[in-house]
Design a protein around this ligand. Structure first.
Ligand code: ATP
Ligand code: MG
Length: 391
């Protein structure tokens, strides 16, 4: 990450030499002031996108309509965004059009929270026009300017406030919070995908329960799919590094209704994960069988286990045993069976049929249960004496 800062500094110097202004801005400055360096470094400049492109040799237009150019000259890719104000707001959504400006002050003014509106120059001098440093010291999330106006412009900001409360453990300042309460219903104007992206940041944050509490207290939960307010305490022990776990838990708390998470337009990969976890959790009540350890991925089983713990039904075995059980299965994949369909057909006298699928499934279960050993002779014995005989 040090390299990122060095590279960004190089980019800033180069813009300055060309006669422009340039500074570090946004989350990277906030996190640096918090003593955290894990962040992509953003640069803001008075140069127009076309001017940025003439200053550097290698650039990529990654969001030219918003004024963002990716500069590749400094070793690390650095996002350089022209100072701008947002154009007209329509329907409580961020505007499509932006207006480029030459003053940093104007650019900082359009930013959401004081902690996100701090700039730093290449000599590490801080430009803090809205008391962001003090708010960081006091762990406060405060809107820049009039909170009610800022949330009316862009309703997503309300959810960002909540998300930052979960990521940083900061509280939302009183006037900012009451403005969220006042505008909470306008979250309905924001695209579901953008809402989902913020919720995912809450799921994987250090303090997801704080995020849930803020969602409820602010009134936003009442305007989001998922009946979040109905299951507040169930989130107390929730913790994850994987966003899909949050979605799965939300569906689980909603009585496994997938249409709730469906409304967040999640990817098929996440939806599949949810289905597997919900299935595995259902089977956990009766106890997992070898076939379950074989069928489900470790992460799926561990997540189902966590659901039981989070809802006060800790299983009678330890979580570490899951991977142990998986590792000690006789086989890890179907291909490891020492027979295949052809063997069965041959033993059956050369003809296939509907029985074949059943035989393969049966032998898999028997091998996993340790009832039949995974070698051809044993399986043939079982097939002829048990399987065919009992039909
Ligand atoms: P992180 O990247 O850790 O999620 P961040 O603060 O960098 O946090 P980004 O979404 O990357 O957040 O945005 C970068 C900066 O752009 C923010 O710090 C803020 O100054 C500004 N910003 C982002 N979204 C908005 C918004 N909806 N309204 C106003 N300003 C915003
Ligand atoms: Mg960022």
């Amino acid at each position: 990450m040090k390299q990122h800062w060095q590279a960004a500094k190089q980019v800033i110097r180069k813009l300055e030499e060309a006669g422009f202004e340039a500074v570090f801005v946004g989350g990277a400055v906030r996190d640096a002031l918090l003593g955290r360096l894990g962040h992509d470094v953003d640069v803001a400049t008075s140069a127009l996108p076309e001017e940025v492109k003439t200053v550097f040799g290698k650039t990529v237009d990654i969001g030219i309509e918003h004024g963002t150019v990716l500069v590749l000259d400094a070793g690390e890719p650095i996002e350089v965004t022209t100072y701008r104000t947002d154009g007209e707001y329509v329907d409580h959504r961020r505007p499509d059009g932006v207006v480029f400006v030459r003053s940093l002050e104007e650019d900082l003014k359009r930013r959401d929270f004081t902690m996100n509106a701090i700039a730093m120059d290449a000599d590490e001098r801080i430009i803090d026009l809205y008391g962001g440093r003090e708010d960081i010291a006091n762990q406060i999330i405060r809107a820049v300017g009039n909170p009610s106006e800022r949330f009316a412009e862009d309703a997503l900001r309300m959810l960002r406030a909540v998300r930052f409360s979960a990521q940083l453990g900061f509280s939302i300042e009183a006037a900012t919070l009451s403005a969220v309460k006042e505008h909470a219903h306008e979250i309905a104007f924001v695209a579901r995908e953008r809402i989902a992206a913020e919720l995912e940041k809450i799921w994987v944050s250090p303090l997801p329960k704080t995020g849930i509490d803020s969602l409820i207290e602010s009134g936003l939960a009442d305007h989001l799919p998922g009946n979040i307010a109905a299951h507040q305490e169930k989130w107390t022990s929730f913790q994850t590094e994987k966003a899909a776990v949050g979605w799965a838990y939300l569906s689980f708390l909603n009585g496994e209704q997938l249409d709730i998470v469906q409304s967040y337009r999640l990817s098929n990969k996440i939806k599949d994960f949810i289905k597997y976890v919900l299935d595995a959790h259902k089977k956990l009540e009766a106890g997992w069988l070898p076939l379950d350890y074989f069928t489900y991925e470790l992460k799926v089983l561990e997540t189902a286990y966590d659901f039981a713990v989070w809802t006060g039904n800790t299983p009678s075995f330890r979580k570490e045993e899951i991977s142990f059980k998986q590792d000690s299965l006789p086989i890890q994949a179907k291909q490891e069976l020492s027979v295949n369909g052809h063997d069965f057909i041959e033993w059956h006298g050369g003809k296939g049929g509907p029985w074949l699928k059943e035989a393969v499934e049966n032998v898999l279960q028997h091998v996993l249960n340790g009832e039949v050993q995974n070698n051809k002779e044993q399986i043939r014995d079982w097939f002829i004496h048990d399987f065919l005989n009992k039909r």
